[in-house]
Design a protein. Structure first.
Length: 127
């Protein structure tokens, strides 16, 4: 009878599968943190362009141009990036990474719920 060895093999396979799943999870975790970080950077870059936008609108107005379309596009881009950032969820606690109640925290590098850091720390503490 080969029952025992078969079971041993099964156990071995499930172990390696678990390891693979754990590794995949870590990769997914890092990926989602990177995506969250990018969403944050996009909106911050948008904010940095605000002075450029103000100058551009002022110049267009001085030239007697209609700035409505320009304004709406700018606001639309803001809204898109903001919504993208708001809907990002923390891989650890599955809650909105930047949003606590109704406030969008733009400056944080950590999850507003569980303090999960966006960048992996050098000291790998698991608790
Ligand atoms: Zn969290």
């Amino acid at each position: 009878m080969n029952h025992s060895t078969g079971k041993d093999q099964e156990a071995g396979n499930s172990m390696s599968l678990k390891e693979k799943a754990a590794r995949a999870n870590t990769a997914l975790w890092q990926q989602s943190l990177r995506n969250i970080s990018r969403a944050r950077t996009r909106l911050l870059v948008c904010f940095w362009t605000l002075p450029v936008y103000v100058v551009a609108v002022w110049m267009l107005l001085n030239n007697g141009r209609n700035v409505d379309a320009f304004m709406w596009i700018y606001i639309g881009v803001y809204a898109l990036f903001a919504i993208d950032m708001v809907r990002r969820r923390c891989p650890r606690c599955k809650q909105q990474f930047f949003v606590k109640t109704i406030l969008l925290n733009l400056v944080t590098h950590n999850c507003v719920h569980c303090q999960q850091a966006l960048k992996p720390t050098d000291t790998s503490s698991d608790n």
